[in-house]
Write a protein that binds this ligand. Structure first.
Ligand code: SF4
Length: 329
């Protein structure tokens, strides 16, 4: 099992994920029997330090959102460890998870998914305090006002419903809800993907400000490397259920090693009319995680594929910028 090396720091990681797997049974045939598994997450390892942002990038279908949902324990992983502040929460039961639910929160791509459309914003933001039995009515209402102020929404929002807000404002409500209980780690699952570019940067700046103010750690999931660059200390690239490269944000952009990372970077538009694009267009789609290719799972699309790639799966190297590719062995 290869583990992504950490920069040398004296503190312990807030989150350590070890050999995490999420295999969904696939029911097939007239008897709906399980013969095969969708290996959405297939042996993932990484750490997140306190106050750090790890950007997790990959195309849709690579397993990144499933990974986020495992860590926040919306899913029960098939195998592996999720150590939060040293305690493995991967196998905890519903009741045992309650204290961790305060500390680990999630922000979703579409806040309408997570916000109850029949509740006012005031009710939505009060709910976490009610669930965890925190404070009386007056305290909760005061906290709701403070939360709205922190995320830049007017106090009069309390009596309005989610559908009355724009996409960016709804995401601010989702963020207010996520920070209500002073969490330590937030899983941001494509929080700006559905927003206009101008609104994206406002939400990213809000997340950065909140991180500084509340000393938050983020796992920031996105399909767009350009978005992740703005916010991440380190970046991990995911392909078909596994991490294939990771490193400090800047070094991933300057010296990407894995052919998949290189193609993702080449797809980032450069706002310079004199820049000559050397875009590496990937052929085909991400293969099915139900029937992944043999050897390196990227070999069906890799422009640098070699014979060994079709037979043997590369392991993540143990250097400054770990990469899983036979080119670097
Ligand atoms: Fe390409 Fe082979 Fe490297 Fe996989 S191992 S990324 S197929 S060169």
């Amino acid at each position: 099992m290869s583990v992504i090396p950490l920069q040398v720091k004296s503190v312990d990681p807030i989150l350590s994920v070890r050999d995490l797997k999420m295999h969904f049974p696939v029911k097939e045939g007239i008897f709906m029997r399980t013969g095969r598994f969708n290996k959405a997450v297939d042996g993932v390892n990484f750490d997140i330090m306190p106050g750090e942002t790890l950007g997790l990038v990959g195309e849709s279908g690579c397993g990144k959102s499933t990974l986020g949902r495992c860590i926040s324990r919306l899913y029960q992983p098939t195998a592996g460890e999720i150590r939060f502040e040293g305690r493995d929460i991967a196998t905890l039961k519903r009741k045992e998870l309650m204290p961790f639910r305060r500390d680990i929160q999630m922000i979703f791509q579409d806040p309408m998914e997570s916000l109850n459309a029949r509740h006012t914003v005031g009710q939505i933001l009060e709910e976490p305090f009610q669930i965890h039995r925190i404070g009386d009515r007056a305290y909760r209402q005061q906290r709701v006002k403070e939360l709205l102020d922190v995320v830049g929404l007017p106090a009069r929002s309390v009596t309005r419903y989610p559908f009355e807000f724009s996409g960016g404002q709804r995401q601010r409500i989702g963020i207010a809800r996520a920070i209500a209980l002073n969490p330590k780690l937030i899983i941001c699952d494509e929080p700006v993907s559905a927003l206009d570019v101008s609104i994206q940067s406002q939400i990213l700046n809000l997340l950065i400000d909140l991180q500084t103010e509340y000393k938050l750690s983020y796992l920031f999931i996105a399909h767009d490397l350009a978005v992740v660059k703005h916010i991440s200390d380190r970046i991990a690239i995911m392909y078909l259920g596994r991490i294939v490269e990771t490193g400090a944000g800047e070094s991933i952009y300057r010296t990407a090693r894995h052919p998949y990372t290189q193609s993702l970077i080449s797809a980032i538009p450069v706002p310079d009319p004199h820049h000559h694009s050397h875009r590496q267009i990937l052929v085909g789609d991400v293969p099915s995680p139900i029937n992944p290719p043999s050897g390196c799972s990227f070999h069906t699309r890799c422009p640098k594929v070699m014979e060994v790639c079709r037979q043997t799966s590369p392991v993540l190297s143990q250097d400054q910028q770990p990469v899983a590719c036979h080119l670097y062995e």
